[in-house]
Write a protein that binds this ligand. Sequence first.
Ligand SMILES: [Zn+2]
Length: 478
Amino acid sequence: MEGLLARCRALPTLSVLTACSRQLSGRTPCRSHHCGPGSGQRLLLSRIFQPQNLREDQALSLESRSGELTCKSQRLMLQVGLILPASPGCYHLLPYTVRALEKLVRLIDQEMQAVGGQKVSLPSLSPAELWRATQRWDLMGKELLRLQDRHGKEYCLGPTHEEVVTALVASQKNLSYKQLPFLLYQVTRKFRDEPRPRFGLLRGREFYMKDMYTFDSSPEAARQTYGLVCDAYCSLFSRLGLQVIKAQADVGSIGGTMSHEFQLPVEVGEDQLAVCPSCGFSANVETLDSSQTNCPVCQGPLTETRGIEVGHTFYLGTKYSSIFRAQFTNAEGKPCLAEMGCYGLGVSRILAAAIEVLATEDSVRWPGLLAPYQVCLIPPKKGSKEAAATELTERLYDHIAEAVPQLHGELVLDDRTHLTIGSRLKDADKLGYPFVVVAGKRALEEPACFEVWCQNTGEQLFLTREGVLDLLTPVQVV
Ligand SMILES: [Zn+2]
């Protein structure tokens, strides 16, 4: 800290002062008044904990050491330093990934709360007796990660929370039908002892999931809630620009009477789907008779496709509420069991699946709303003919931050000016910033012109400062 302050005081120029920026996560903010707000808190790429130096060969050797198969999203996420392997099926999520995940969680919060969802956080350590009550302590087999505390009491690390949440609601005595429905959800780490963790974040042993549990006063009300949550899922995926298939699904070990999977069609997907092109019927093939080749709705021929399951919904009825006595008093004053539903979204999986679908062979592409940073600015190479435009780029950064408030905190300045513009542009392309602004030859023209790469349309534009601001003003940020 002392050293940082001293360096900060000794160096006079604005671009160096930014090294004291409060945006440098993990550091104590510099308290020198030179570094306060307004003096250019620019986020410098060289200071982000993001292993740009981790090149392909190194990343792939790390990967082969952990003995995993690779798919496009896993390979790219390793190459550009979004994730690093920790142990089989477990990854370190690095800052860009965490930013994208946090954006996804904000979107999910919006959609869940729009249908009445209330966010909770239930313990990951889940007592064995709850799981024994539903017999899933045995039924889940080796997938449950089990452990004992010092008193010999048994737990699992929760892969899902039907038992825990139903016991929680059951502990609330004197619930009235007037208080229902409850739509309780959380976004937490889940654990599953996968026999073969693979494909990076697509099938890990520790992952983020959004799980919602709903409690209604009648089967009709529960079906209505089921429809609302499914619609919220459709709305979420449409905002992400991802085309998902809502497929009829098997209830599996969760149980219940009705279930749908939300599947992202992609070659590497592990689920096989039967889709009817004429009426839109879709089903996981597990739910169909193996001899069935025609659509059960319109009798048209079914086509097969592969998908990644990104969401799953279940109408549970009273399967869990009857075991834990989760009940309420109805209008006649009689105790009734709550009608339940449960609804999962694979949060870290959605992120990887989106990259799997949108990325090119060499470059990560994000749903616009999830891009970790919206804009990367690339000043000229040090010592080049255009070097005079360096300050211009820094001023443009400040102008954008000021004139386009939602982009405050969404801008990165690639200050690695020992590298050519070309190699930094290539890195920016690999990371998939929606907008890359380069100060090239035309930055020295009067008025200065910046080269702007719009990654999602593939356009390259030459724009003045005002043109850049006009282009960025409508950009949406979660
Ligand atoms: Zn059909």
